[in-house]
Design a protein around this ligand. Structure first.
Ligand code: ADP
Ligand code: ZN
Length: 747
C-alpha cells in the first residue's frame, strides 16, 4: 500500500475487521497522516468515518500524544459514534450538553490519562473559548469535520452554527483540518475549502454511484397503498418514509400503524422527548419504519436500512442523494422509491418562497441568489423524476461523473418496470382532445371511460358515445388510461380543478402538446398492486413482524440467516444495544452464504475485527455448526432456476402448503421457493381444493371476491375470460381462478 505505514492495516483489522482499504480511503488516510489538509467527498456508505478514525487510532497506538477532534452536527449522532467505537475497542469520548456529570467526568479522566485518541464535539461547543483552550492543553493533532457541506449556504443543508468553524484554523494552529461530506457540487466544494481556510488541501472525490441501491420513480396514485407495497417488499427490515409536511407524516404514520406496521412519526413539530424516542427506536428496534419529514436522518447511521420511500419530491438532487442514500450503507441490496407528482414542485416552490419571505421578515439577510438557486435545484429534481434516463446515470451525471455500463440493472427504467409508450405524443393528443370534447367539465373517470369506448348510462345520456373521441383508445385498459391521465397531470399537460369533484382542465402546455410543439412522456407501469392484495383487517402483529423478506439477489441459506438474526437479537437485548452493533447484516449474510467452520475462518470475514471475534465468535460459531440445513427448508435465494427433480417438486409443494397454512402471500412463496408465480398459484389452487380454508382473503381481497362471485353468477362459470371482461379487467385471472376454486371446494 503506497505511502501508508504497515502497522495501519493491523489496526484496521484489529478494530474494524476490514482486510482492505478502499482506494479513496487509502489516499484520505495518507493525507491525515501527512498532516495535509483535505476535503473528502464520498457518497453515504462510502466509508468516510474510517478516513479520520483509523489514523487517530493508529497514531495513538504508536504512542503519540495528541488527540483527533471530530466535529459532528448532532448530539444523537455523536453518542452513536462514540458507542460504536467503544464497542470495537476504541476509547472515543464526546462532549455535549446532554451529558450527565459522571459521563463528563469519565471523559475528562480519559483525556487526562491520555487514553482517548478521539474526541467528539458539537460545533456549538467549539465556540466556547474555555473548552477549546482546555482541549489545546492536550494537543490537538487533527480536526475532522463531518457533514462539512453544512458550512456552505450553497449546500442543501446549511447550518448557521457551522459558520463559526471557520475559526478552527486559528484556534488549533497545530492541527491539520479535514472536511468530509457526501454531497457537494463544485461550488459547495470550493466554499467549504474557503470557509474552513484549508491550506492547499488534498481534494478527493470518490465515485458517486451506489450500485447496491435500486432506484424507482412512480407516479403517485394511491400513496398509502404504494408505500405499503414497498414496505412489504422489505418486511422485517428497517425503513424510512419521507413526507413533505408534518400533517402528512402524522396521517401516514397513523394509517400504517392501523394496518399493523411498526411505524413511528418524526418531525420538527414534535416535542424533544418524542423525537428522541423515535430516533432511539429507529436505532434500536429490529424493523422500525420511520415516517418523517426531512428533519429526520442527519446523523442516523444505521447501516441496514433496506428501503427509503419519498412520498413527495425532495428539494434537490443533492437532498435526494443524501436522503435516499440512507438506504443500504452496508452495501447490501436496498431500494429507494420516489412517489412523484407534478404538483410537488408547485408546493415546494411556495414553501421556499414563504420561508425566504419569513426570514426576511425576521430581519435575516437572505442572499439575493438564494431563492433562485433553490428554484434551480427544484427544476433539476423535477427533471430527474420525469426523465427517461437510467436513474443511476442521471444521478452521477448530476455530480459531474459518468457511468459507462449501458444499463445499470438497478433502476425502474433499466429493470423494465416501465415500458415507454412508443407514440406518447399521439396518445397524449387523443387524451387531451377528449378533455376538450367533453368541454373540460368532467373528471378522470368519465374521460377515461369515453376514451375506452364505454356505453354506460353516464356516457350515453350525455351523448358522449357520439363524440369523435369515443373509443379512440379502446384497446387500452381503463387502469392504464387512468395512469396516463395522471402522468399528463404530473407533467402539467393537464390540470384538475379544485373541489370535491375535480374536473380535467386544459393548460397552456396542453395546447402546445396538441399542436405537437411539446413532447410528453408516458410509461406503462408494472402494476404490482394486482399481484398482492392489500392486507385487510390484519391484527397489529400481522404486519411486518412475521419473518423477514429475503434479501434480493443474494445467495445464502435463508434459514440460517434467520437463526443468526434471532441469536443477534437475543444478544443485543441482553446487552441493551442495537442489533447491528453486535454484528451487521453484511457479516451475518456472509456467515449464511458460506458458513465458517472455525474461528479463524470467521476472522477472515470482512467486518469481524478481533474485538468482535472475541466477544461473539464462539457463540455464533456454535450456532452455525449446530445448524443442519434440512433439505426442504434450506431456502437458497438465487437467481438461478430451481432444480426440478420430482423429489424437489414434491418437497416444494409440501412446503408451499405449509406456507399457505401460515397465510403467506403468493409473492413470498414465489421468492422463498424460487418458483414461477404460476407455479405458486397452482400450489395455492391445490391447497384450497385439499384443505378447503374458510376464507381466502389473504390472497384475494374481500371486495374482489364478492365481485367475482357475483359476476360468475350472472355470466356463468364457463370461461375465466367472460368474468374477466365483465369486471373490466379490474381483477386478475389468478384471482378469478382462486375464487372459483374456493367456491367449488366449499360449496
Ligand atoms: P459514510 O460515513 O461515508 O457514510 P461509513 O463510514 O458509515 O460511510 O461506512 C459505510 C459502510 O462501509 C460501513 O458499514 C462500514 O463498515 C463499511 N466499510 C467502510 N470501509 C470499509 C472497508 N475498507 N472494507 C469493508 N467495509 C468498509
Ligand atoms: Zn438504470
Amino acid at each position: 500500500m503506497a505511502g501508508l505505514p504497515g502497522g495501519l492495516m493491523a489496526v484496521v483489522q484489529e478494530h474494524w475487521g476490514f482486510r482492505q482499504l478502499r482506494p479513496m480511503q487509502e489516499r484520505a488516510i495518507a493525507a491525515v497522516l501527512a498532516k495535509r489538509d483535505s476535503l473528502v467527498v464520498l457518497p453515504t456508505g462510502g466509508g468516510k468515518s474510517l478516513c479520520y478514525q483509523a489514523p487517530a487510532v493508529y497514531r495513538h497506538a504508536g504512542g503519540s500524544k495528541g488527540v483527533t477532534l471530530i466535529v459532528s452536527p448532532l448530539i444523537a449522532l455523536m453518542k452513536d459514534q462514540v458507542d460504536s467505537l467503544q464497542r470495537i475497542g476504541v476509547n472515543a469520548i464526546g462532549f455535549n450538553s446532554s451529558q450527565t456529570a459522571s459521563e463528563k467526568a469519565a471523559a475528562v479522566q480519559s483525556l487526562k490519562t491520555g487514553t482517548a485518541p478521539i474526541v467528539f464535539a458539537s460545533p456549538e461547543r467549539l465556540t466556547l473559548e474555555g473548552f477549546t483552550g482546555y482541549l489545546n492543553g492536550f494537543g490537538v493533532s487533527a480536526v475532522a469535520i463531518d457533514e462539512a457541506h453544512c458550512i456552505s449556504q450553497w449546500g442543501h443543508d446549511f447550518r448557521p452554527e457551522y459558520r463559526k468553524l471557520g475559526r478552527l484554523r486559528e484556534v488549533f494552529p497545530g492541527a491539520s483540518i479535514h472536511a468530509y461530506t457526501a454531497t457537494a457540487t463544485e461550488t459547495v466544494r470550493l466554499d467549504i475549502a474557503r470557509q474552513l481556510q484549508l491550506d492547499d488541501p488534498e481534494i478527493l472525490v470518490g465515485n458517486f454511484d451506489r450500485p447496491n441501491l435500486i432506484y424507482r420513480v412512480l407516479p403517485r396514485l394511491d400513496k398509502t397503498k404504494q408505500v405499503r407495497e414497498v414496505l412489504d417488499r422489505h418486511r422485517g427490515h428497517a425503513a424510512i418514509v419521507y413526507c413533505l409536511s408534518r400533517a402528512n407524516v402524522d396521517a401516514l404514520a397513523a394509517q400504517l400503524r392501523g394496518a399493523g406496521y411498526h411505524a413511528l412519526g418524526y418531525h420538527a413539530g414534535m416535542n424533544n422527548e418524542d423525537r428522541r424516542s423515535a430516533q432511539e427506536t429507529f436505532t434500536n428496534a429490529e424493523a422500525p419504519i420511520v415516517v418523517a419529514t426531512v428533519a429526520f436522518g442527519m446523523g442516523i447511521d444505521r447501516p441496514d436500512v433496506r428501503c427509503v420511500v419519498h412520498v413527495g419530491m425532495p428539494k434537490s438532487i443533492e437532498n435526494y442523494q443524501q436522503e435516499a442514500g440512507r438506504a443500504g450503507r452496508d452495501g447490501l441490496p436496498s431500494e429507494c422509491v420516489l412517489l412523484y407528482s407534478g404538483a410537488d414542485k408547485i408546493q415546494l416552490r411556495s414553501m421556499i418562497e414563504k420561508s425566504a419571505h419569513e426570514a426576511a421578515g425576521r430581519g435575516e439577510v437572505v442572499a439575493a441568489e438564494f431563492v433562485p438557486a433553490c428554484l434551480g435545484h427544484l427544476e433539476d429534481m423535477d427533471r430527474y423524476a420525469r426523465g427517461a434516463v437510467c436513474r443511476h446515470k442521471a444521478l452521477v451525471q448530476h455530480f459531474g461523473q459518468t457511468l459507462d455500463a449501458p444499463t445499470c440493472g438497478a433502476c425502474d427504467l433499466c429493470l423494465g418496470d416501465v415500458t415507454e409508450v412508443p407514440d406518447a405524443l399521439t396518445v397524449a393528443q387523443k387524451i387531451l382532445s377528449c378533455v376538450a370534447r367533453v368541454k373540460e367539465s368532467f373528471g378522470v373517470g368519465h374521460v377515461v371511460s369515453v376514451l375506452h369506448g364505454d356505453r354506460s348510462e353516464a356516457v350515453t345520456l350525455r351523448r358522449h358515445d357520439q363524440l369523435s373521441t369515443h373509443g379512440l383508445l379502446r384497446e387500452i385498459s381503463l387502469n392504464t388510461l387512468r395512469d396516463w391521465v395522471y402522468q399528463l397531470l404530473g407533467q402539467g399537460a393537464l390540470a384538475q380543478s379544485e373541489g370535491e369533484y375535480p374536473v380535467l382542465k386544459l393548460t397552456k402546455l396542453s395546447w402546445e402538446v396538441m399542436h405537437g410543439r411539446h413532447a410528453v412522456r408516458l410509461i406503462e407501469l408494472v402494476r404490482h398492486d394486482r399481484e398482492r392484495p392489500a392486507r385487510r383487517g390484519a391484527a397489529p402483529t400481522g404486519g411486518r413482524s412475521s419473518g423477514t423478506t429475503p434479501l434480493l439477489g443474494a445467495s445464502y441459506d435463508a434459514d440460517l440467516f434467520e437463526k443468526l438474526r434471532q441469536l443477534r437479537r437475543d444478544l443485543a437485548t441482553a446487552e441493551k444495544v442495537p442489533a447491528y452493533r453486535v454484528l451487521p447484516d453484511s457479516v451475518l449474510l456472509a456467515f449464511a452464504a458460506s458458513p465458517p467452520k472455525t474461528l479463524d475462518a470467521m476472522r477472515q470475514v470482512t467486518g469481524v475485527g478481533d474485538v468482535k471475534l472475541k466477544a461473539y465468535g464462539a457463540t455464533f460459531l456454535q450456532a452455525i455448526l449446530g445448524h443442519a440445513p434440512a433439505a426442504a427448508l434450506a431456502v437458497v435465494v438465487a437467481r438461478k432456476p430451481a432444480s426440478s427433480s420430482p423429489r424437489d417438486a414434491a418437497a416444494r409443494r409440501k412446503l408451499a402448503f405449509s406456507m399457505f397454512r401460515d397465510a403467506t402471500y403468493i409473492e413470498d412463496v414465489v421468492q422463498q421457493l424460487d418458483v414461477a408465480r404460476s407455479t405458486a398459484v397452482g400450489y395455492l389452487v391445490e391447497f384450497i381444493e385439499a384443505e378447503k380454508p374458510k376464507e381466502i382473503s389473504r390472497w384475494v381481497r374481500d371486495e374482489d371476491y364478492v365481485e367475482i362471485a357475483s359476476a360468475a353468477q350472472t355470466h356463468g362459470r364457463e370461461t375465466l375470460k367472460t368474468i374477466y371482461d365483465a369486471l373490466e379487467e379490474q381483477v386478475t385471472y389468478d384471482e378469478i381462478r382462486l375464487v372459483l376454486t374456493h367456491q367449488n371446494a366449499t360449496r
